[in-house]
Design a protein around this ligand. Sequence first.
Ligand SMILES: Cc1ncc(C[n+]2csc(CCOP(=O)(O)OP(=O)(O)O)c2C)c(N)n1
Length: 368
Amino acid sequence: MLQLLAPDGTRTPHEQLDVVLEEAGLAAPEALRGYYRDMVMIRAADLEATSLQRQGQLGLWASALGQEAAQIGAGHAARTQDYLVPTYREHGVAWARGIEPWRLLELFRGVSHGGWDPHELRTHPYMIVLGSQAPHAVGYAMGLQRDGLVGTGDRTADTAVLALFGDGASSEGEVSESFTFAASVQAPVVFYTQNNQWAISVPTAVQSRVPLAQRSRGWGIPSARVDGNDVLAVLATVRSALDTARAGQGPVFLEAVTYRMAAHTTSDDASRYRPAAEEEEWAAKDPILRLRRHLEQLGEIDEAFVTRCDEEAHDLAMRLHHHIHSMEDPDPIGMFDGAYAEPHPIVEAEKQQYLEYISQFEDEEPTR
Ligand SMILES: Cc1ncc(C[n+]2csc(CCOP(=O)(O)OP(=O)(O)O)c2C)c(N)n1
């Protein structure tokens, strides 16, 4: 398993991955402090979202606690033009792509038609259908090939797609079918599974007799296993895989080994199926603590910085807390506007039909 930071923060050199990090200044102290702040911020937003669900302000919340390094690392590994296709638990990835956390809360409150503009943020809306990220990503990647945006050598134009899904989703037929298409056409796609050890109550060991990363090899898709609680290893591994895909050298499959520290969602009670000793074992590998220890070893972090991050994180949580009450219901017509990038006659006809339909209720008082 690829690892650059041991749980105690010690840095292990790695010939290829260090080149990837050094070339782009991704392991410079300022950058490391940035990832630390990112992880602290998104964890605070996540904890606040769980509280808001408990207070009845969200219908549901799927926490990404413990997966911050796997997500912040992957999110920052992508170039601006790359297209990301996330699941429903990708809060750190969303943060790294510049999606405001309140937009995630809107989804879980049920007052959004889908979140954000995928073209503007180069990040697909969250999708709950397990495994669907893989065929969507491959289809998009095949489109990139047809648009001549792969393997040209132009660093600002060449584009890759990052498909994100869980260990449970990796057992879905859609993922296997996507491997087939991606391998056949050498699509510029990186399949990235966060193995957080559990698919609700089913452990990964029951899903697969071999490490997940090995699964793509029968398709001729190269793969690697990376320590998902090590932000630097994730960053370098995902960046290197995306570089391969962008250069036209075909797909890559990555397994990030991490842990879902919270329950599956706020509707779940993990203590019914998960041993407490396992949770404690993984708490010792906490990705935020790991990076902090590394920064301490480098002498590149001080108490003032840690306090400032904690204060900013607290402010973010408070802003989310206040903002949730002012979230308005979306305009029902908005869902038609977000269906296609360009106007479409069938959607336009359906929109007109729906406008006529809802106009009959205009005089009625809304009921809740
Ligand atoms: C096609 C499909 N089947 C079943 C479900 C119900 N479901 C939602 S989440 C989940 C477990 C997913 O586990 P995993 O892929 O490991 O991702 P994680 O939730 O751990 O991030 C299941 C079975 C679904 N959303 N979609």
